[in-house]
Design a protein around this ligand. Structure first.
Ligand code: NI
Ligand code: MN
Length: 230
């Protein structure tokens, strides 16, 4: 099993899975005030796009066009990216699963919104459940409120890693994220979508400590630029 995570800040994550390069929600410097690098420093084979908000899609077209990466997203976002010259998209919708080179991806429910930066309709916001080829189960919640539907993921066997937003205001906050981690039966949690701007300031270490104490779930707090080998 070989998976390397690189946290770029906010909700942007790189996943290197047995040589296949995935990028989640491309939002890099300088638009992303906490990002460790600019989009030009990043390579990708696949891009996982949770929804259409600017803090997730700012650099998707640029990254996809330069690298030829396939963007996995809603059909509405796929159409929008196509108009900007992105050649390879894989449109999915909630509840659907599809196999890619790195593993099987299921698009999951996220309670949020998904307008695109120019006002276009982006379809439903989403998260992703990934079953990597080597067996690791990964849940990327996307921007979402706590939802009772997350229990279905736990009842289906849970996940090894969950990327959960904790920033509050735009998404669930730390208290609800502890419940979300329990609902999906995560073995490990990585908090995202916080400390990018003052309105989503949170104490990542306090969240991690609480998750360990209340739910006995392991938590890794990553700073922008950090990598984690699983
Ligand atoms: Ni959003
Ligand atoms: Mn967001």
């Amino acid at each position: 099993m070989s998976l390397r995570l690189t946290y770029y800040g906010h909700a942007t994550m790189g996943l290197l899975a047995d040589g296949v390069r995935l990028v989640v929600d491309p939002f890099f410097a300088p638009d992303n005030p906490v990002a460790s690098v600019g989009v030009e420093a990043v390579e990708a084979d696949f891009i996982l796009q949770t929804h259409g908000h600017g803090d997730h899609i700012a650099h998707t077209a640029a990254l996809a066009k330069r690298t030829g990466a396939t963007v996995i997203c809603t059909p509405e976002i796929a159409g929008w990216l196509g108009k900007q010259g992105v050649k390879h998209t894989a449109g999915m919708n909630l509840g659907g699963a599809h196999s890619f080179a790195f593993g099987r991806v299921k698009m999951t429910i996220a309670h949020h919104s998904s307008g695109l930066p120019d006002g276009s309709y982006g379809g439903n916001p989403a998260g992703f459940l990934i079953h990597f080829n080597d067996g690791l189960d990964f849940y990327i919640a996307g921007d979402t409120a706590l939802t009772y539907d997350m229990r279905l993921i736990g009842e289906a066997g849970g996940v090894d890693y969950a990327l959960l937003p904790i920033g509050n205001n735009y998404t669930m906050g730390p208290d609800d994220a502890v419940t979300a981690a329990q609902f999906v039966q995560a073995k490990h949690v990585i908090p995202v979508h916080y400390n990018t701007w003052p309105v989503i300031a949170q104490d990542g270490e306090a969240f991690a400590e609480r998750l360990r104490r209340v739910a006995e779930i392991d938590c890794t707090v990553m700073r922008p630029g950090d990598t984690l080998d699983i």
